[in-house]
Design a protein around this ligand. Structure first.
Ligand SMILES: Cc1cc2nc3c(=O)[nH]c(=O)nc-3n(C[C@H](O)[C@H](O)[C@H](O)COP(=O)(O)O)c2cc1C
Length: 387
């Protein structure tokens, strides 16, 4: 396989022109009612023009009570499809692929979305909202599984190239796989197989709705970054189950709301601080690759490797040197960024033309804004405006 940052890669049936991913980022560019807007289409077009190979949209909530932040986009009803179509049609002339991230907030839902009564696998209080969620019944779990599958169908009808299930950062699916937030004793909790059951059922339900050909990716926590939370050993097992069940790619992240900002660490100012989940990505990649060594439980091999499920690494990746090393040392097959693309949507083209060696993002974590994400440093430090 071509291991160049600018070489193509296939995720299931989806051909991606290069190894650069725009990680899901809640852009806060919605209308009243949480319909996506033309401003959001402009933002994605800037990323496509700027050379990003795979654009993952911000969190789109699959049920009205699963919204986890203000100005988030909705996908819980067919009425949202036409607005998304305007986005996918606008991106059609570009080689970039675009995938809709589908999610439910569970205990991290905002109180206004769920009438102050969030649902979760178990009633573990959430310090941010100061609410204790209600434990879901089995019927509610089955209903949520159907909501994800319906959201995947809507994404396909809206012209997306695939969907990404959000099972990271402490949202509902990530709550199920975590021993910290999932204390159930029925078939949806306890052993790692039981905690992962919902992911496998969601994947199966999506496949039933959208077929085998439509790419279904996942963003998976590899570590909750909290004492009793999910650890890499369980994440490797879960990724392996998903691989066998036909997932098309795994993006490796970490952290939950209670351990914020472990997913988006601040002040990434040296190569040593970059790519903070890349060792976990490597472990997950090994579990998802078939090679003579990995089959025997060893460290994998360059020769004879048959990669079955590509792995995407996210979290603090900033310099070309680190990106190349992630790909060449097989920690992952693609590199994913969020904050750097808010500041420099044309970053990939700048790398390609040799105009930049690293992102100029300083990871100040001030990019979120209810009226649309933006780089808070632009205008300061004598830096230019983002186009
Ligand atoms: C403003 C903002 C919004 C984000 N929204 C999402 C989201 O909707 N879904 C998601 O999975 N991650 C979201 N993230 C996390 C990023 O996708 C990414 O995992 C994290 O920022 C680390 O990557 P980075 O160092 O390249 O920014 C968001 C991050 C930021 C800064």
């Amino acid at each position: 396989m071509d291991r160049n940052l600018f070489g193509p890669i296939r995720l299931g049936t989806m051909e991606v022109p290069n190894r650069f991913v725009r990680s899901a980022t809640n852009e806060c560019l919605t209308d009243k009612g949480d319909y996506v807007t033309d401003r959001l289409a402009e933002l994605y077009e800037a990323l496509a023009r700027g050379g990003v190979g795979l654009i993952i949209t911000g969190y789109a909530y699959v049920r009205a009570d699963g919204k986890s932040s203000t100005s988030q986009a909705a996908i819980y009803d067919d009425k949202f499809i036409p607005a998304y179509k305007r986005i996918t049609e606008r991106l059609r002339p570009y080689p970039a692929r675009i995938v809709l991230q589908i999610a439910h907030g569970g205990r991290q839902s905002i109180p206004s979305a769920c009438n102050g009564s969030p649902i979760a696998p178990s009633p573990v209080p959430y310090p941010v909202t100061k609410l204790t969620p209600r434990e879901m019944t089995e019927d509610e779990i089955l209903e949520i599984i159907r909501s994800f599958a319906q959201a995947a169908r809507r994404a396909r009808e809206a012209g997306f190239h695939g969907v990404q299930l959000h099972s990271a950062h402490g949202y509902l699916l990530s709550q199920f796989i975590s021993p910290f937030t999932n204390r159930r004793q029925d078939k949806w909790g306890g052993s790692v197989e039981n905690r992962a059951r919902i992911l496998l059922e969601v994947l199966k339900a999506c496949r039933k709705e959208v077929g085998k050909e439509f790419p279904v990716l996942i963003k998976l926590n590899s570590d909750d970054c909290i004492g009793d939370g999910l650890k890499i050993e369980d994440a490797v097992k879960i990724a392996s189950m998903l691989g066998k069940a036909g997932i098309d790619a795994v993006e490796v992240s970490g952290g939950i709301g209670d351990s914020f900002p472990s997913a988006c660490r601040p002040d990434i100012d040296s190569p040593g601080k970059e790519a903070y989940f890349s060792d976990n990505a490597r472990k997950i990649r090994l579990a998802l690759s078939r090679s003579p060594e990995s089959a025997l439980g060893g460290e994998g091999s360059a020769e004879g490797e048959v990669l079955s499920v590509p792995v995407i690494c996210v979290g603090g990746i900033r310099s070309r040197e680190v990106m190349e090393s992630i790909i060449s040392t097989k920690k992952a097959d693609m590199v994913s960024m969020s904050r750097p693309f808010i500041r420099e949507p044309d970053l990939v083209e700048r790398f390609r033309k040799g105009l930049a060696e690293k992102a100029s993002c300083i990871s100040c974590n001030q990019c979120w804004h209810p009226k649309g994400i933006r780089c808070a440093q632009i205008g300061k430090q004598g830096l230019g405006a983002m186009d």
